[in-house]
Design a protein around this ligand. Structure first.
Ligand code: MG
Length: 381
C-alpha cells in the first residue's frame, strides 16, 4: 500500500470522507489542500500536525493566521497545491471540484503517483491529456466516483473486448418523475435536496439536471476505453446497485451496497487489496430495487453530453465549463433551472471544436467557454 495520502479538496465532501477512511485504515495524511483557508481547514491542519497544507486562494488574513499557527508546513497559491500532488510515492485523492482539478491530476500522474480520481472534470475536460500523462509513467488512475468504482471492480479479471455494455445507474436526482413544466419554477434548495447521496453543491444540481450522469458517461468512455454506443444509463432511485457491466455471453455483473462514498474512496486507496471498512454488514433482504429508462425529454442534458462526447476533442470541456457557469448562476438566482441546459447548448454551438494536447490547451478552451457562457448569460438576463 501507499506511504500516505495527499487529500486535495480537503474540506469538500470527498475530502472529509477521505479523512474518515484514513483514520479507519490508520494511514498517514501527508498533505491536504483546499481552495480557501476556512475554519474547517484550519482545524484539519491542527488535527494532522505532520501534514503539509496548501491553500490555493487565501486571503491576506488567512495567510497570516495559517502561517502564525503552522509555520512553513503551509504553502499558498495554486503552485503549492501542485507541489503536494507530486509528493513522492503518495496516493493522491483528487476531490477538487471543477476543471481546476485537471492540473493536479496531471501532476500526480507525471510524478508516478496513484491518482484516486473524484474530480470527474479531469477526464471529461482533459481526457486525452490525462491519459497521455498516465502513459508516460504508467501511474494508476483508480476511479472514486461510485459508478466508475463499481464498473472498475466489475471489470477485474475480465477482458475489455468481452464487454457488451457498461451500464451506469443514476438516482434520477430530486426531480425524477417530474414533468418539464414543473421544473420551470424550482429553487436552488429543491435541487440541493438529493434523495440518496450526500454531496457538494455543484454535483447536487448536476444530478438534478442529469448533467452529472452525462459527465460520468464521458468519464467512463476515457477511463475504460469503451465507445459511447456501449455505455448506457439506467435510473435506479435507491442507489443500491452502483453500476453494472454486461458481457457478450449475456452475463451481467453488478456492484451492490449501501450508497456511501467511503467504500469507493477506500477501495481506491487499498486496491488491489481490500481492508476492513466502517460500514455495517449489508443485507438485500427487505430492499425493493427498481429501474427505469431515463426521461431524456425532461432531462435533455444527458443526450447533449453524449453528443459532446461523440464530437470529442474540446466539446466535452466546453460542455463542462458552460455547466459550471450555469450552475453558479442558478444557485445565485440568476438563471432558472431549465436555463442550465439551454446555456450549455448555446455555448457549445458558439465555440468551434479544437484538438487538445496540453493542459494549457484545456485551460484555454475552458476559459473561452466560461467567457462565452458568461456573455450569453448577461445577454439573456
Ligand atoms: Mg457518481
Amino acid at each position: 500500500m501507499t506511504t500516505g495520502l495527499v487529500i486535495l479538496g480537503a474540506t469538500g465532501s470527498i475530502g472529509t470522507q477521505t479523512f474518515d477512511v484514513a483514520r479507519q485504515l490508520d494511514l498517514p495524511v501527508l498533505a491536504m489542500a483546499a481552495r480557501s483557508g476556512s475554519e474547517q481547514l484550519y482545524r484539519l491542519a491542527g488535527s494532522w500536525p505532520e501534514a503539509r497544507v496548501a491553500i490555493a486562494h487565501p486571503t491576506d488574513d488567512e495567510q497570516e493566521r495559517f502561517t502564525a499557527s503552522y509555520g512553513s508546513r503551509v504553502g499558498f497559491g495554486p503552485e503549492a497545491v501542485l507541489e503536494l500532488a507530486a509528493i513522492d510515492r503518495s496516493t493522491v485523492m483528487n476531490g477538487i471540484v471543477g476543471s481546476v482539478g485537471l492540473s493536479a491530476s496531471v501532476t500526480a500522474l507525471e510524478a508516478g503517483n496513484r491518482l484516486g480520481l473524484a474530480n470527474k472534470e479531469s477526464l471529461v475536460a482533459g481526457g486525452p491529456v490525462v491519459l497521455a500523462a498516465q502513459m508516460k509513467t504508467g501511474a494508476e488512475i483508480i476511479p472514486v466516483d461510485s459508478e466508475h468504482s463499481a464498473i472498475f471492480q466489475c471489470l477485474r479479471g475480465e477482458r475489455i473486448e468481452d464487454v457488451r455494455r457498461l451500464i451506469l445507474t443514476a438516482s434520477g436526482g430530486p426531480f425524477r418523475g417530474r414533468a418539464i413544466e414543473d421544473l420551470a419554477q424550482v429553487e436552488p434548495e429543491d435541487a440541493l435536496a438529493h434523495p440518496t447521496w450526500v454531496m457538494g453543491r455543484r454535483i447536487s444540481v448536476d444530478s438534478a439536471t442529469l448533467v452529472n450522469k452525462g459527465l460520468e458517461v464521458i468519464e467512463a468512455h476515457f477511463l475504460f476505453g469503451v465507445p459511447f454506443d456501449k455505455i448506457d444509463v439506467v435510473v435506479h432511485p435507491q442507489s443500491i446497485v452502483h453500476s453494472l457491466v454486461e458481457f457478450v455471453d449475456g452475463s451481467s455483473k453488478a456492484h451492490v451496497g449501501e450508497p456511501d462514498m467511503r467504500v469507493p474512496i477506500q477501495y481506491a486507496i487499498t486496491f488491489p487489496e481490500r481492508a476492513v471498512g466502517s460500514l455495517s454488514p449489508f443485507s438485500l433482504a427487505g430492499k425493493e430495487l427498481s429501474f427505469f429508462e431515463p426521461d431524456r425529454a425532461t432531462f435533455p442534458a444527458l443526450d447533449l453530453a453524449y453528443e459532446a462526447g461523440r464530437t470529442g476533442s474540446s466539446a466535452p470541456a466546453v460542455f463542462n465549463a458552460a455547466d459550471e457557469i450555469a450552475v453558479e448562476a442558478f444557485l445565485n438566482g440568476r438563471l432558472p433551472f431549465l436555463g442550465i441546459v439551454d446555456l450549455i447548448e448555446r455555448t457549445l454551438s458558439k465555440i468551434p471544436t479544437v484538438e487538445l494536447s496540453t493542459v494549457q490547451d484545456v485551460l484555454a478552451i475552458d476559459a473561452e467557454a466560461r467567457a462565452m457562457a458568461t456573455q450569453l448569460l448577461s445577454g439573456a438576463c
